[in-house]
Design a protein around this ligand. Structure first.
Ligand code: BES
Ligand code: ZN
Length: 952
């Protein structure tokens, strides 16, 4: 690849420099055949803004010049909202060339000069270079009058300036309101994946790692933060200050960060001596303490676990008032949305605490997975994101066992299964070249499936071996880039390979030669096995058929919404085959049996007679299981007789798989519903909540479609069936995390279903809260419920909106905004959307979740959808195509639709967008989801109706 690119460059450079004076230079340097080549290719080259030919036509940068070091100076002006900057990039020329291609977007470049090492040595001034710009590829070309020589170093100095960006990308402005009502501005960077180029011209690809020395000029009322500790501050004439930061370790451009703000902080020291600080707007300082405790614990955990020191002397975590995603792992300067970092004991719930802990755990894991070892290209972003998500599980389980994160992790795998069982899913390593495609790679498949597959592999290899493997991977590729295969090699005991490479880390040196074969086999096995999970999209279904002690296993591709009888089923199955590490347990013993299912079918013999078999023990495997014959009945009988014979996570997975199989037409809905009847005796809260989740889902589906008889009967069933446990709930914050989550879920359901005692208690608390002018502390577990009930009157709604504006707690604001979005009055919902579009009272960062929440409200679904259709252009001015908010707005306002008319309407809208040149992967996902919903209702509504009639 690199080679072919180099060849291409050679031809282009000829073409470019000869374009104006082609006759003169033809004969002097180049053969006529290369000129022919240029003349042939000429049309293929783009035209720069000034009309000249731009000498590079690929989206990826050439590799003949690579950056080694950036000296970056930035001076933002928070009054005029712009910045002036300059940089000196030291580059190494690998192949002689007459131009340098860099990324640059929306920057005004004033001056570019070049110095050779010799120029620098003799202090000769730089030679001015001509700059061409090709905005479609976000690239500039620096034209060198004389060739740059291979193996020599040069320095390129660039002076540039720009406005602080309006959105959430590059170097942008963010504002916050103080308690006194004053609005203040800060300047902050957010670069991943391709936005460093909006802040400074650079080689903006993850493979071009370099060192960065950063200087920031600021006013004395502000502070400046960057990746590294500050070395010194220089006072300038006129009172300005200039902070100089230490040179960074070798890193990719997307991890560079700097902030100019007036925030306050709390600090502590990790066991290794690293100084950890949490920064927030001054009035939010009191909400920073939990984050400090958590980040110190988690940093200690990771340094121990990976056996690799965090390489910087400090780590800053900053709560940014305007932030598009949840958080960003910039090396040494991690930035967060306020709700992902700040914890307010008065208004943050246990779920909020878990979220903050998870996000910190995730971003700190990136300091190793992502920052120290980076994927070669964005197509393998799952190596960053899947690992960081997997490490959340490992680290939070150890540092905060009381949060019982395990069951949430399981839920996360279930979430991505929904997506991955549609035909529109994609394999991990998708092709990604344009900025929009690259942004789309940050999706559930990379994050969640990545993490779930790693968890499965850990279960297969054993935790010990998996851990050794990832440590080997991190050590071997430190300050470098890696790809899938590098990971699989490290995860196998491939000492042979590492022995032969100097600096490899081999943990099995003492193993004898006779074991070598086993190592090799394991290595091949892991690679082959993982190829089936990473190169193929989708999730397998394991069909189990037991006859006596013989188990017949069969694998196929699990498809949600496509039935075996459908004509397309066969074609969608073709060529899919996984190496599935299956596990199972039986009624006869506690043993966990293991087997790798590598073929379409296989047969196993059970050691003893048994009344049931349960596959996928603890749900560690990424596959769905269907039991043919009497398999499901045998399990249901066990659940009814004594559910504790099955492990809690196995009960959860039975509920999950049963309802998934209903969507795939493999199990009837009444069978799955029958399975949930044992829930009345369920002792595990996560399992109980899983069953409840499906029943609630059916309630929402029928409510949206106005199927009032079924809705009424479901309501009746839910209230009758869960009454004993609802009535047991108190309105307080006591108990374990799951006790508290059960309380929130049940009371939310009860009030939603208008259960009188619930409404009464919530109304009472809401009135007391209003009377106390918002000072009364309502238990955080029920805060959202109380606000939602309060929001149903006009006075309550208006009061909540006032409090929304005043509140300094992001956790509380989210709860209020949700409550406001549950109003039954369309004009109130419209007002919220208008406020979200205006971006003052409701910040733009909260617009996507707001539209999503309104679309979930049966009275708001049409409103939100119409709004998106009519205001698409305005939305695209706020968020980039392919960005997380845009995808959330699309799926959040459409994927619940379940009628043919709605499907048609959505299809037409997507067609019109495609015609305008906007094409996103999410379109196909949404269309498939709606088709699946339609099919589900057609088939299952009558069954649900009948089942309810016999059940209540
Ligand atoms: N690296 C990402 C931030 C990011 C997201 C960059 C999308 C570019 C595009 C960061 O590590 C991340 O994954 N953040 C998550 C939070 C996490 C706990 C799942 C997010 O922003 O949602
Ligand atoms: Zn991440």
């Amino acid at each position: 690849m690199a080679n072919s690119r180099r060849k291409l460059i050679f031809n282009i450079s000829i073409g470019f420099y000869c374009s104006a004076v082609i006759q003169i230079c033809i004969c002097s340097q180049f053969t006529s055949s290369s000129i022919d080549q240029f003349n042939k290719d000429r049309g293929a080259f783009p035209v720069a803004i000034n009309g000249e030919i731009f000498p590079w036509h690929e989206l990826r940068l050439p590799t003949m010049v690579i950056p080694l070091h950036y000296d970056l100076f930035v001076h933002p002006n928070l009054t005029s909202l712009d910045f002036v900057a300059s940089e000196k990039i030291e580059v190494l020329v690998r192949d002689a060339t007459q131009f340098i291609i860099l990324h640059s977007k929306d920057l005004e470049i004033m001056n570019v000069t070049l110095q050779s090492e010799e120029d620098l040595r003799y202090r000769r001034p730089g030679r001015k270079l001509t700059v061409l710009s090709y905005p479609a590829h976000e690239q500039i070309a620096l034209l060198i009058p004389e060739k740059l020589m291979a193996d020599l170093r040069y320095s390129v100095t660039i002076d540039f300036q720009a406005k602080l960006a309006d959105g959430f990308e590059g170097f942008y402005k963010s504002t916050y309101r103080t308690l006194g009502g004053e609005t203040r501005t800060i300047a902050v960077t957010d670069f991943e994946p391709t936005q460093a180029r909006m802040a400074f011209p650079c080689f903006d690809e993850p493979l071009f790692k370099a060192n960065f020395s950063i200087k920031i000029r600021r006013e004395s009322r502000h502070i400046a933060l960057s990746n590294m500790p500050k070395v010194k501050t220089i006072e300038l004439e006129g009172g300005l200050l200039e902070d100089h930061f230490e040179t960074t370790v070798k890193m990719s451009t997307y991890l560079v960060a700097y902030i100019v703000c007036d925030f306050n902080s709390v600090s502590g020291t990790a066991s290794s001596g690293v100084k950890v600080s949490i920064h927030a707007a001054p009035d939010k300082w009191s909400q920073t303490h939990y984050a400090l405790e958590a980040s110190l614990k988690l940093l200690d955990f990771y340094e121990n676990y990976f056996d690799i020191h965090y390489p910087l002397a400090k780590l800053d975590l900053v709560a940014i008032p305007d932030f598009e995603s949840g958080a960003m792992e910039n090396w040494g300067l991690v930035t967060y949305r306020e709700t992902s970092l700040l914890f307010d004991p008065k208004t943050s719930s246990t779920s909020d605490k878990l979220w903050v802990t998870r996000v910190i755990a995730h971003e700190l894991a990136h300091q190793w997975f992502g920052n120290l070892v980076t994927m070669e290209w964005w197509n393998d972003i799952w190596l960053n994101e899947g690992f960081a998500t997997y490490m959340e599980l490992i680290s939070v389980n150890v540092t905060y066992p009381e949060l019982q994160f395990d069951d949430d992790f399981l839920d996360m795998c279930f979430e991505v299964i929904k997506r991955d069982s549609l035909n529109s899913s994609h394999p991990f390593s998708n092709q990604a070249e344009t900025s929009t495609h690259i942004k789309e790679m940050f999706d559930a498949v990379s994050y969640k499936k990545g993490a779930c597959i790693l968890n499965m592999l850990k279960d297969f290899l054993s935790e010990e071996k998996f851990k050794k493997g990832i440590i080997r991977y991190l050590k071997k590729f430190s300050y470098r880039n890696a790809k899938n295969d590098d990971l699989w090699s490290s995860l196998s005991d491939d000492c042979l390979e590492s022995d032969s490479t100097s600096g490899g880390f081999c943990y099995s040196d003492s193993k004898t030669a006779s074991n070598t074969l086993t190592f090799l086999r394991e290595n091949v096995e892991v690679k082959q096995m993982m190829a089936t999970w990473t190169l193929q999209k989708g999730i397998p279904l394991v069909v189990v058929n037991r006859e006596g002690r013989s188990l017949r296993l069969q694998q196929e591709r699990f498809l949600n919404g496509v039935f075996k009888e459908d004509p397309e089923w066969g074609a969608l199955q073709e060529r899919y085959l996984w190496h599935i590490p299956v596990t199972y347990s039986t009624s006869s013993s506690n043993a966990i049996h293991r087997h790798i299912l590598k073929s379409k079918t296989d047969t196993l013999d059970l050691p003893e007679k048994t009344s049931w078999v349960k596959f996928n023990v603890d749900s560690n495997g990424y596959y769905i299981v269907h039991y043919e014959g009497r398999g499901w009945d045998q399990l249901i009988t066990q659940l009814n007789q004594n559910h504790t014979f099955l492990r809690p996570k196995d009960r959860i997975s039975l509920i999950h798989d049963a309802f998934q199989l209903v969507s795939a037409g493999r199990l009837t809905l009444d069978k799955a519903l029958d399975l949930t009847r044992y829930l009345q005796h369920e002792t595990s809260i996560p399992a109980l909540l899983k069953g409840l989740e499906y029943l609630e889902l059916f309630y929402h589906i029928t409510e949206r479609r106005n199927v009032s008889d079924v809705t009424e009967n479901l309501k009746h069933y839910l209230l009758q069936y869960f009454k004993p446990v609802i009535d047991m709930q108190s309105w307080c914050d006591e108990g374990s995390v799951w006790d508290r989550r059960l309380r929130s879920a049940l009371l939310k359901l009860a009030c939603y279903l208008n259960h009188a005692p619930c409404i009464q208690k919530a109304t009472e608390l809401f009135s007391q809260w209003m009377e106390s002018s918002g000072k009364l502390n309502i238990p955080t577990d029920v805060l959202k419920i109380v606000y939602s009930v309060g929001a149903q009157t006009t006075a309550g709604w208006n009061y909540l909106l006032e409090q929304y504006e005043l509140s300094l707690s992001g956790a509380e604001k989210n709860k209020i905004l949700y409550a406001l979005s549950t109003s039954k009055h369309q004009e109130k919902l419209m007002k919220l959307i208008e406020l979200g579009m205006e971006g003052k009272v409701i910040k733009t960062q909260d617009l996507a979740p707001l539209l999503h929440a309104i679309a979930r409200n049966p009275k708001g679904q049409q409103l939100a959808w119409n709004f998106v259709k009519e205001n698409w252009i305005h939305l695209l001015k706020k968020f980039e195509l392919g960005s997380f908010p845009i995808r959330m707005i699309i799926s959040g306002t459409t994927s619940h639709f379940s009628s043919k008319d709605e499907l048609q309407e959505v299809k037409l809208f997507f067609e019109s967008l495609k015609a305008q040149g906007s094409h996103l992967e999410i379109f196909q996902i949404v269309l498939e989801t709606i088709s699946k919903n339609i099919k589900w209702l057609e088939k299952n509504l009558p069954i649900l109706r009948n089942w309810l009639l016999i059940s209540i």
